[in-house]
Design a protein around this ligand. Sequence first.
Ligand code: DC
Length: 222
Amino acid sequence: MNYSIAIDGPAGAGKSTIAKAIAKEMGFLYVDTGAMYRAIALYFLRKGVDASDTEYIAKECSGLRVRLDYDEEGRQQVLLNDENVTPYIRTEEVGKMASRTAAIPAVRAALLDLQRDMAATSNVLMDGRDIGTNVLPNASLKIYLTASSLVRARRRYEELKEKGVSCELAQIERDIVDRDRQDMSREIAPLRQAEDAVLVDSSDMSIEEVVSTVIAEFNKIL
Ligand code: DC
């Protein structure tokens, strides 16, 4: 039997930082499902398709091949029709498009089996929005990781400033609140805390504190 840890939560809660650190420490495979949704979003952005063109997107997405691969250092790479698109998926534009296209049932269906297959063959730490509620309802451990919108906006602001990108904190917070609303209000697999998930609010916690909290929760189930 494989172990699986599901980490869900809103944009900017620190899921991927935490998930990567825990996966490394525990020797689990890290599966960033947001990156898969971003790869599909990139495909349609490049084609100039609007997210409201749901019929076209639904028809086209079943033919797309999204795959996760891992480099020598274990870092996840996202392949879209065999092209490594990892360097192009982290922009705000792709994130917003991913949130919109992820609301289309055919897009979710295209990724679901792939995500479940990965969990069936390895010990995984999977992060996203619907892992505990939908993708892995029987996950060994479910975490719902959140933080206040202001804290999440501040973290993002610091990240962008460090990269030399000019930005405004209030605008970042508005974008975050918008994305939360979009991810929580869609009809299919909306973002919500699974009934059996452990709630971790990282607003006043360091990365190390969150990592050790999750590992302690995992040790409880062994
Ligand atoms: O975690 P992220 O910011 O990379 O995810 C981008 C978008 O993809 C997110 O706003 C909603 C969607 N997503 C989803 O609907 N379900 C998931 N399991 C992961 C991401």
